[in-house]
Design a protein around this ligand. Sequence first.
Ligand SMILES: [Zn+2]
Ligand SMILES: [Zn+2]
Length: 136
Amino acid sequence: MAMTGGCYCGAVRYAAEGAPMLKAQCHCRACQHVTGGAPNYFMLMPGQGFKWTQGEPKSFTKPDKENAVTRYFCPTCGTHMTTQRPGLDAVILKVGTLDEPAQFGAPMIAIFTEEEQAFHLVPQGVPKFDKLPPGR
Ligand SMILES: [Zn+2]
Ligand SMILES: [Zn+2]
C-alpha cells in the first residue's frame, strides 16, 4: 500500500510504502497530549518505505525519559506526524495526517489502556493491553 500525507499547513509532506506492520490506538498520557485528549491512532510502517518528500520536520526527544521516542512535527504549524522508537526499524505514523485517513481501516489492538480516560472508546472486540503487547 502506498500512502501519502503531511501536516496541517502543507509545508511538510511524506510518503510511506509497504504493508502496515501494526494498526493500533494508544491511550498513554503522552499521546493524550499530542492528540488533544483522545487515543492516538497510528500505523507502524516499514522504515525503509518511509521518506519525507517536502519540507523538513523538527524533532523532539524528551531528555528526562529513558529510551524516549523521537517525535517529528512541522516547524510551522506544529502538526505531529511521526514517532520513532529507539531500536525499532519502523515509523509510527499518525493516521490523522494521512491524505486519506480511511486507509487506516480499523485498529487491531488498543495499547497503554492503563492510562486511558473514562471517556475513551475502544471498539468492541479490539484486544486491550495495559502497556505494550507481549514481545513488543
Ligand atoms: Zn505544517
Ligand atoms: Zn501513546
